[in-house]
Design a protein around this ligand. Structure first.
Ligand SMILES: *Cc1c(COP(=O)(O)O)cnc(C)c1O
Length: 800
């Protein structure tokens, strides 16, 4: 099925659609309509054309009884929806034309849409890219997540420090949201377990309702559309009228408040944070609602639950939904009377688990006490899964157990209940096999596989970079959007000077536009002829924003020492949020802002160096920065970044990477060619060796005069004259607790940065290398990644 499902529409017809929705859906007179009203009307007009392929896809899946994929994720970092949908259904330009007839500007309206920020960073953005690719590929799929009332917090800086405010995307009307109050499930917590005639019954002590909200996700050219189903928590008993009538209003509203708390906030960290019971309840809330929904859908047209794996593939995005195994087994055993061993087999054949991290602090563990209190029946089932595994593998080493030392290890639980476990880059998967799950890999050879991450080219090239997209289409024709390997067709043109000139002229124009945007946001004027050097991602010690800012200071010092030297102008652009409770990351943000203020105010620098840190990095900001970047900073301590996807977006948009051999950097370098990548630093194995020298940091600092000087300047308060000892902690950590090897990699990084300057001085070489990056990044499309999941894990066929 390749014929588009959409009937064609003219600009005039679409203008009438918008006007009709403005009047009848928004309820506003065109005379008095605000931008918000116009944006809603536009969204409804576009939505009408998404609903048709959406229904058609759902109907086909039912009539053909296709196997469905269920992607369970606590995070979906979606960003804006309007323009992405408009582009995928092919109405971006028609919509813009229709709006122009109405005196409205498409881009202005589109940029008024708040980001749906239901995620922290890479993991949640991956889930969003995968939803879009599943729709593009015609893979029948549902995403399941939580409809957080407040998504990821909004960040601003006060005196250079991060301040968090709640993000309130739901205070506006959500045109893409279809509420389904009829699709609601009861979710239990706590209580006790009873044995009645050999059958087990869990009597929960608390209940809430999970109520569905559906969002259509339409693929490229609207050949297919899937559903993202987000669960909102509602009270099971509306409110206590008797108490209310007695005037006890607060108590009467209690059930409502308790329920709302559940879907109130996104857990604000990729790694560690508190609020444990609430988090465990959120994870179970998502998982139970999803599994109940999956079983209901299956049982509508089937009655033999043993055939569930033929029709259902469930993917767990990290361990957050790892209760899917125990919950599925519970429902099969307690509600459908299936024997435990059979239920356990069914669950395993349905389930797959994606591991996203090796950081020990990010590997979820719950105390058996908490698990037993919040989910008493699940605790029993987890113990039964563990006992079954011990029985099936009598020689298993003790640490492969799920329950150990009064803790439930969610990684082991997810591994043992899944038929496939995947890492997210070649290097990461190798480390998962060798270290994290080495013994489980020996017991279950072949279960661990690799699926290197990808990003959707529709959002990250077509939408974000219309200039470059136009050049690509002019050069190799249409079709690359859904077949990104075709970008290799650009290679033949890289030796063509006119092509290179256009490529760089587009980059220059993107930089000029981003420069204006940065000036409005931060007041800092960035010269579009300077290198735009970009590090945007969550602020984390392992990602080493500290290494970047230390080298920035060293460069500043060089400019001051040799004011007549041949320095290459640079703009160092930072973006990213720290978890609210992560003090060390917040200190790094403060330092970057203090360094920025000092350098940007220094007349001796003469515009050769600027440091810009716009607040509140999110998907929309990424769409602005990626196309304007010359240099992509991917400088994590080797062995710590599972894959990265920011690295892919940047390279796809023609930025050269300066990076370590970490995560997908390894594969990016192989694909774009080592000569088109600035490699530096210790390898993952060398990192481990290096740490064996207990004085590694001191030795590295003593060997580097520039690094010594930089640390000295920070320690003396050069960047915090009002509080000279502000960064003593930072400096002390580099000297004495440098776990992420900032000092050991400093000199190699500094040298690699000089190489960057060297190539920039040869603009033609730079242009060649940048164009080759774009030409060779086709592999990193999320379409390729999803095809891998469909073949290797889900065994599902495309329906188109
Ligand atoms: C792509 C993306 C990320 C992931 O970036 P990494 O560099 O891979 O950590 C995080 N946040 C946003 C908003 C993104 O778009």
């Amino acid at each position: 099925m390749t014929t588009p499902l959409l009937p064609p529409v003219t600009i005039d017809q679409f203008r009438d659609d918008i006007l009709r929705h403005l009047t009848y859906s928004v309820g506003t007179d065109p005379e008095h309509a605000s931008s918000y009203d116009w944006r809603l009307a536009l969204s409804f007009a576009l939505r009408d054309r998404v609903v048709e392929p959406w229904f058609a896809s759902t109907r086909r899946t039912w009539t053909e009884d296709s196997k469905r994929v269920y992607y369970l994720s606590m995070e979906f970092l979606i960003g804006r929806v309007l323009e992405d949908a408009a582009i995928n259904i092919g109405l971006r330009d028609i919509a813009a034309g229709a709006l122009a007839l109405l005196g409205q500007d498409f881009t202005t309206l589109a940029e008024g849409e708040p980001d749906a920020a239901l995620g922290n960073g890479g993991l949640g953005r991956l889930a969003a890219c995968y939803m879009e690719s599943m729709a593009t590929l015609g893979c029948p799929a549902y995403g399941y997540g939580i409809r957080y009332e407040n998504g990821l917090f909004r960040q601003r800086f006060e005196s250079g420090q991060q301040v968090e405010a709640p993000e309130d995307w739901l205070t506006q009307r959500q045109p893409w949201d279809f509420e389904r109050p009829e699709s609601a499930y009861t979710i239990g917590f706590k209580g006790h377990v009873e044995n009645v005639d050999g059958r087990v019954r869990w009597i929960p002590g608390e209940t809430v309702l999970a109520s569905a909200h559906d969002m259509p996700v339409v693929g490229w050219r609207a050949n297919w559309a899937n559903t993202l189903r987000l669960w909102a928590a509602r009270p099971t008993t509306l409110f206590d009228l008797e108490r209310f009538n007695r005037g006890d209003y607060a108590a009467a509203a209690e059930p409502e408040i308790l329920a709302r708390t559940l879907s109130r906030v996104l857990y604000p960290d990729d790694t560690t944070y508190q609020g444990k019971e609430l988090r465990l309840k959120q994870e179970y809330f998502l998982t139970s609602a999803a599994i109940q929904d999956i079983l209901r859908r299956f049982l509508k047209t089937h009655d033999d639950l043993r055939q569930l794996p033929d029709k259902v593939a469930i993917q767990m995005n990290d361990t957050h939904p790892a209760l899917a195994g125990p919950e599925l087994i519970r429902l099969l055993v307690d509600h459908h009377g299936i024997a435990f061993a059979e239920a356990s087999r069914i669950a395993r054949e349905c389930l797959g688990y994606t591991n996203h991290t090796l950081l020990p602090e990010a590997l979820e563990r719950w105390s058996t006490w908490l698990m037993g209190t919040v989910l008493p029946r699940h605790m029993q089932i987890i113990e039964a899964i563990d006992a079954e595994h011990a029985q099936d593998y009598p020689a298993r080493p003790a640490h492969t157990a799920i329950v150990a030392g009064n803790e439930v290890k969610m990684g082991e639980l997810a591994f043992i209940t899944s038929h496939k476990v995947n890492g997210v880059s070649a290097l990461h998967t190798d480390l998962v096999r060798r270290n994290l799950f080495a013994d489980l890999d020996r017991l279950h050879p072949g279960r661990i596989i690799n699926e290197t991450n990808g990003v959707t080219p529709r959002r990250w090239l077509k939408l974000a970079n219309p200039g470059l997209s136009g050049l690509i289409t002019d050069t190799i024709g249409e079709g690359w959007e859904a077949d990104l390997d075709r970008l290799s067709g650009l290679e033949a043109h890289v030796e063509d000077r006119a092509f290179r000139d256009r490529f760089m002229a587009i980059k220059r124009a993107n930089k000029a536009a981003t420069s204006d945007w940065l000036a409005k946001r931060t007041g800092v004027q960035a010269d579009p002829d300077a290198i735009f050097d970009v590090q945007v991602k969550r602020i984390h010690e392992y990602k080493r924003q500290l290494l970047n800012i230390l080298q920035t200071i060293a460069q500043w010092q060089r400019i001051r020492d040799t004011p007549n030297g041949d320095h290459v102008p640079r703009v160092r652009i930072f973006g990213g949020k720290s978890a609210p409770g992560y003090a060390v990351a917040k200190e790094i943000i403060h330092l970057i802002n203090d360094v920025a203020a000092t350098i940007n105010a220094d007349p001796a620098v003469k515009g050769l160096l600027k440091v810009v840190f716009p607040a509140n990095y999110n998907v929309s900001m990424a769409e602005k920065l990626m196309p304007a970047a010359d240099l992509s900073e991917q400088i994590s301590t080797a062995g710590k970044e599972a894959s990265g996807t920011g690295n892919m977006k940047l390279s796809l948009n023609g930025a050269l990477t300066i990076g370590t051999l970490d995560g997908a950097n390894v594969e990016i370098r192989e694909r774009v060619g080592p000569e088109n990548f600035f490699l530096f630093g210790l390898t993952a194995d060398q990192v481990i060796q290096r740490r064996k020298d207990v004085d590694h940091a001191r030795h590295a600092i003593e060997a580097s005069q520039p690094l010594r000087d930089v640390l000295q300047m920070i320690a003396e308060g050069r960047f915090s004259p009002d509080q000279p000892d502000r960064y003593h902690g930072v400096v002390d950590r580099v000297w004495n607790h440098d776990y992420f090897l900032v000092a050991s990699d400093f000199t190699a990084y500094d040298d690699a940065q000089s190489q960057v300057d060297g190539v920039w001085r040869r603009p033609d070489d730079w242009a060649r290398m940048a164009a080759l990056n774009t030409a060779r990044m086709g592999f990193f499309s999320s379409d390729r990644a999803i095809r891998g999941y469909m073949n290797d894990i889900w065994s599902v066929e495309s329906a188109i």
